[in-house]
Design a protein around this ligand. Structure first.
Ligand SMILES: Nc1ncnc2c1ncn2[C@@H]1O[C@H](COP(=O)(O)OP(=O)(O)O)[C@@H](O)[C@H]1O
Ligand SMILES: [Mg+2]
Length: 214
């Protein structure tokens, strides 16, 4: 894993039609938890999508370890893991399979992937749900499966889009502690949120409104 490497946006605009990101320059440091907060529709998800290389900036650059995060096709680089706002889970697979897939995609054999998936689910107190099909889970349970899947690959960059929006306070604390632990092992951790408790716990805070950083 690469440590001590920041994720940086330089002069990024994103204008698929409307101007959604307006000249955004920001550095998300390795080893720190950074929150991106702002009202609904302010551009948080768009910012994370450009930062993580899911979409190309219209101008400017998003770079990690000296290379653009955009690889020309929307495939994220293997160093970048996401907790997507709509979870991005496969509904007909079990919770364990959804987590194991992330490891399979990185070449692990099924058996090892299954074991690691099991421990990742346990970190979020849902080990007992491993065999359940995701479509049978509650929103909060799915959100924790999505967190487990993002963390299990131990990527050096973790972009989490409102990862706690459907969780009770106890589980918010569990997720926050897990994200904090990722930062402590040198990871870039970025959390889009409008939960003041998460902002409070962050090392750095970035605000966005109308596609512009505050
Ligand atoms: N591809 C797109 N084309 C046009 N508008 C978009 C597109 N994607 C998002 N938007 C709009 O961009 C704004 C910012 O969206 P988003 O980044 O999802 O905000 P947030 O995550 O802060 O709620 C919203 O007004 C949304 O409707
Ligand atoms: Mg959003």
């Amino acid at each position: 894993m690469t440590t001590g490497t920041d994720l940086s946006l330089q002069g990024v605009t994103y204008q698929p039609g409307p101007l959604l990101l307006d000249d955004v320059s920001v550095t998300f440091p390795a080893g720190k938890v950074t929150t991106v907060s702002g009202p609904s529709g302010s551009g948080k998800t768009t910012l994370l999508s450009v930062a993580g290389g899911l979409v190309a900036p219209t101008s400017g650059t998003a770079t990690y370890a000296g290379r653009p995060t955009w690889q020309g096709n929307g495939d994220p680089r293997p160093e970048i893991a996401f907790v997507l706002q709509v979870y991005g889970l496969v509904p007909i697979l079990s919770a364990r399979e959804n987590v194991a897939i992330a490891l399979r995609a990185r070449g692990l054999p099924w058996e090892d992937a299954g074991d690691r998936a099991e421990s990742a689910l346990a970190r979020f107190d849902i080990a007992d749900l491993g065999d359940r099909q995701v479509e049978e889970l509650s929103g909060g349970q799915m959100q924790r499966v999505a967190c487990a899947r993002a963390l299990v690959v131990e990527a050096p960059v973790l972009l989490a889009d409102e990862p706690t929006s459907e969780l009770d306070q106890g589980n918010v604390a569990v997720v926050l502690a897990a994200l904090r632990a990722e930062a402590e092992r040198g990871c870039v951790v970025v959390i889009a949120t409008h939960d003041p408790a998460i902002e409070e716990a962050a090392d750095h805070r970035v605000t966005i409104d109308g596609g512009r950083l505050g």
